[in-house]
Design a protein around this ligand. Structure first.
Ligand SMILES: [Zn+2]
Ligand SMILES: [Zn+2]
Length: 412
């Protein structure tokens, strides 16, 4: 490669990082080995050198190929054909530069055709690159080669079986983890270009914030172990919710995720209880809210208040709820989900933006639920309705018995 050294435009004074330079040299050398040099290329070595402006007689002598472009180093090798025509020149560059210029290929070709000499072309190329880096800020933080070798060795230590996904930039990873109850979890990692010096951004489907201790010596394997500890600390919370999810009919959320702490459990048609489980104290009495017609909800609420003191943290939340409310929850084993009327009697849907039908007709034979907004709009236009402060009094659209709705958004 001795003759190659001459054909490469001298950029040695521009490199900042010796490690980066060595790595890029390796990359270039490898590429050179792969690409068979043509006779034209070989003949071009000396002419390129001759075509370079000399500091003394050229006004652009300050310009150096591979110069800092928005604080990034690039190297490029330009091979001129024997006739020294710039328009037939061949450009060789590192993969990072190639990647950056992929959308600008036509412009670069055009500039090569139109530039008077090599130095004006390089100036043009520098402008193109600056535009390109500005429009792709993510490329500006492209990590150095040792980032990738470090990452590969960390993945090997971690074990490939734990890798779920990695993006083409090697910056976004998904690791899989299984807790002691066999539940599968995913840890999302966004690595910084200064990994491992800079801590990565980590996220997961958890009911609590994910706090990771990271030092410059930390590795993916240690990150994974920390994540497993977090999962274990939440195992009891998920045990409690898994029992509720499998043994009752959940009206809300439609598809609970591992971070959801709330469940609305069906009790009977148009009657449900909303519980909010504390992920740190999952077996304690959760926040409860009963929803449904007053004649059903009032006795349940009284039982809840009267039996609250019997709540036993050694027992599961579902067991405690059964005991305290003195009811059996309908389960998938005993009931169809369709036996719980959950749709709004006016718009026939369950969800209206974030709202669910939580306004219920209090007539014992009706009990039809409505969205607050739907019921308000319905009653507002009827001449039989009357308003008092923020309350609207009217008739149930189903059974014509008196019904009341608040104007303001009611807390769910
Ligand atoms: Zn509605
Ligand atoms: Zn009614």
């Amino acid at each position: 490669m001795a003759s190659d050294k001459q054909s490469t435009i001298d950029h040695s004074s521009l490199r900042r990082s010796p490690a980066l330079e060595a790595a890029e040299d390796r990359a270039l050398t490898q590429r050179d080995g792969e690409e068979k040099q043509t006779e034209d290329d070989k003949r071009a070595h000396h002419p390129v050198k001759a075509a370079l402006p000399t500091p003394a007689d050229h006004p652009l002598h300050n310009l150096r190929p591979g110069d800092h472009i928005l604080d990034r180093d690039f190297r490029i090798r330009i091979l001129l054909p024997p006739d020294q025509q710039l328009k037939k020149a061949k450009l060789h560059c590192c993969w990072q530069l190639k990647h950056l210029l992929r959308e600008y290929e036509q412009i670069v070709k055009q500039r090569l055709q139109q530039s008077a000499d090599l130095s004006s072309f390089i100036l043009e190329l520098k402008t193109v690159l600056e535009v390109c880096l500005k429009s792709h800020p993510e490329c500006r933080s492209m990590p150095p080669p040792q980032y990738y070798s470090q990452l590969i060795s960390e993945m090997e230590t971690l074990g490939w079986d734990k890798m779920l996904f990695i993006d083409t930039n090697f910056q976004t990873l998904k690791l899989k983890a299984e807790d002691s109850s066999g539940r599968q979890h995913v840890l999302n990692i966004k690595l910084k270009s200064k990994h491992p010096t800079e801590a990565p951004d980590c996220s997961a489907d958890l009911p609590v914030p994910l706090n990771i201790n990271w030092t410059p010596q930390s590795t993916l394997d240690q990150l994974h172990s920390q994540f497993l500890l977090v999962l274990e600390s939440l195992a009891e919370f998920w045990d409690v919710l898994d029992e509720i999810d499998t043994k009752t009919w959940i009206l809300e959320p439609e598809r609970p995720s591992r971070s959801d702490t709330m469940r609305r459990i069906a009790i009977k048609n148009n009657v449900s209880i909303r519980v909010e489980v504390d992920p740190r104290h999952p077996r304690m009495l959760p926040e409860c809210c009963l929803l449904g017609a007053e004649h059903v909800v009032t006795p349940l609420r009284s039982k809840l208040n009267a039996n609250m003191h019997t709540w036993n943290p050694d027992s599961s939340v579902l067991h405690n709820l059964r005991d305290v409310l003195e009811i059996e929850f309908p389960s998938p084993a005993t009931h169809e989900k369709s036996s719980f009327n959950t749709e709004c009697g006016i718009c026939y849907s369950y969800r209206l933006e974030a709202a669910v039908p939580d306004q219920v007709c209090n007539d014992p034979r009706c009990g039809q639920p409505f969205h607050q907004a739907c019921l308000y709009e319905w009653l507002r236009v009827l001449p039989s309705s009357r308003q008092s402060f923020s309350l609207l009094f009217g008739e149930c659209p189903y059974c014509s018995k008196p019904i009341t709705v608040k104007m303001a958004t009611q807390k769910s």
